[in-house]
Design a protein around this ligand. Sequence first.
Ligand code: SAM
Length: 269
Amino acid sequence: MDYGEILRRHGFGFKKKFGQNFLSDENLLAAIVRDAEVEGETAVEIGAGAGALTRALAASASRVVAFEIDRSLAPVLSETLMGCENVEVRFSDFMKCNLAALEEELGSYSVVANLPYYVTTPLVMRLVEEGKNCRSATVMVQEEVALRLCAKAGTADYGAVTCAIARRGTATIVRKVPRTLFYPRPNVDSAVVRLDFTKGGFAADAKKYRAVVRAAFAARRKTLENAMMNAFRLSREEAADLLARADIPKGVRGEALSPEQFARIAELL
Ligand code: SAM
């Protein structure tokens, strides 16, 4: 299907503010669908665009619910998704949808999306914190963001979002995608990341875990002891005692701690 020709014929103008960099390479689209493993499942797509990934998903998933914020894509999608009976396009902002109601409606589902860059971190955080029925999310993101999502403790890319994901499951870069495969062409390369939500979360209360992680990364250059003192109004003795009870070596910086160590601190707070 010639998506460029269809977009031109409908007089579509690309909107940078919505992160509109579209895909059309059939091999890549089929590969993303394989990466997502949605055969016979319900897939939720965030940002249908011209419908290229939506069509590829429709050939494998039993049901596709595709969100698209830009209503001006409606005539394009009517044409490109013609005959895809298992697809439903919802013209609304996914970040504002009632996720609990959507989950109630869909049951178990997987997210598959070539994400607009500005939505990536808030979306991942939302799925991690609220996505009870979300099995996995296979998402195309900017390469530097992919490195952050999948980073190991102690590396420069390791941060709050990495730790948030680790509480719920795993993140893996499944393929790199050069910028040349997008239209219009962005200034950076991308990667497909697969998030598998296999854990219910550590025992630690989610809010406390988030607060400990946030405190540690807000003051990356400080020792964890200092970061805990500031964030939770602890005396030096109290902070030292907390970390000793959590079995954290003295003088360590927060960025070196594993998600399990953050969870231990949260449990003891
Ligand atoms: N899936 C298409 C593809 O791969 O060619 C389009 C991907 S494009 C990177 C991102 C799409 O997400 C755009 O069509 C944009 O309008 C849409 N979008 C941006 N923000 C959104 C939001 N908050 N909710 C739903 N769709 C959004």
